[in-house]
Ligand binder design. Structure first.
Ligand code: MF3
Ligand code: CO
Length: 236
C-alpha cells in the first residue's frame, strides 16, 4: 500500500503549486489524472458510484465531494483537494485544504486547526487503543477551538477496496469501538466546519455544503497501524 499512497502524496504535492488565482478546478482534475497515469495508477474516485472525476475539489462552504468545474479560483478562496488512486490492486487516499493566495484570518485558522486535528487523530491510532479514541481525539481538539465536526461523513478502512470497515467517525466517546491492531490500514479524515456541523448534499447528488454557508476544511491521510505505532503512508 506504500506504492499507491506515495503516488497520491506526490500528486497532491504537485497540485499545491498549481493552486492559484485564475486556475480552474477542471484543470487540476486533468493534471491529477495525467500524473496518475504516468505512475501506472488509476484515479480511485472516477467511476466510483458514478462519480465522474479523478479529484474532489471542494471550495469554501463545500465540505466534500465538490466536482471540478470551469470556475476560476480567486484570492481568498479555500480549496479542499481529495485524491485517491489504485495501483496493483491497492488503494491510497488523502486530502488537504489550501488557501488561494492570502485568505481571511478565520479561514487560515480553520485550515490550521483541521490539519492539527488530523495529526492528533493519527497520534491516537496506537495499537492497544480503540477506534473511538481516534474519533474522540478529533472532536475534543476541534470543539475546544470553537469549530464543529461534520457527522454525515466519516473516515474508513482502506486496502483492496477504497472503503473498507471500520467506519471512522470524527466524534464519539473514547475507549469504545474495535481495538486497533497492527496490520490495519485506516483513512483518517476530519471534515471540520467553521460554524455549525450541519451539511446537505446539492441537487448534483455529490457536492456536500454547510447549511449555514460557513467555511469547511478537510485533511486526510492513509495510515497503517504497526506494532510501533501509526505510520502515515500518504507521504513522499
Ligand atoms: N476521500 C473520499 C473518501 O474517502 C473520496 C470519495 S469520493 C468518491 O470517501 F467519489 F469516490 F466517492
Ligand atoms: Co477517504
Amino acid at each position: 500500500m506504500k506504492v499507491p499512497c506515495r503516488i497520491v502524496a506526490e500528486i497532491l504535492e504537485l497540485l499545491k503549486s498549481e493552486v492559484k488565482p485564475g486556475v480552474t478546478t477542471l484543470v487540476l482534475d486533468e493534471f491529477a489524472e495525467r500524473h496518475a497515469a504516468k505512475r501506472g495508477a488509476k484515479p480511485a474516485f472516477k467511476g466510483y458510484n458514478g462519480y465522474p472525476y479523478a479529484l474532489c475539489c471542494s471550495l469554501n462552504d463545500q465540505v466534500v465531494h465538490g466536482m471540478p468545474n470551469g470556475r476560476e479560483l480567486i484570492e481568498g478562496d479555500i480549496l479542499s483537494l481529495d485524491f485517491g488512486v489504485i495501483r496493483d490492486g491497492f488503494y491510497g487516499d488523502a486530502a488537504l485544504t489550501l488557501p488561494v493566495g492570502p485568505v481571511s484570518k478565520a479561514a487560515e485558522r480553520l485550515i490550521r486547526v483541521t490539519e492539527e486535528s488530523l495529526y492528533v487523530a493519527i497520534d491516537a491510532a496506537q495499537p492497544t487503543n480503540r477506534l473511538f479514541d481516534i474519533s474522540h481525539a478529533v472532536q475534543s481538539y476541534v470543539e475546544a477551538r470553537g469549530f464543529s465536526v461534520v457527522r454525515d461523513f466519516v473516515g474508513h478502512g482502506i486496502g483492496k477496496s477504497l472503503h473498507e470497515s471500520p467506519q471512522i467517525p470524527n466524534f464519539g466517546p473514547p475507549g469504545r469501538g474495535v481495538r486497533l491492531k497492527p496490520g490495519m490500514v485506516l483513512a483518517i479524515e476530519p471534515m471540520i466546519n467553521e460554524k455549525g456541523p450541519e451539511v446537505k448534499v446539492l441537487a448534483d447528488g455529490w457536492t456536500a455544503v454547510t447549511c449555514d454557508k460557513g467555511l469547511s476544511a478537510h485533511f486526510e491521510h492513509t495510515v497503517a497501524i504497526t506494532e510501533h505505532g501509526p505510520e502515515i503512508l500518504t507521504i513522499q
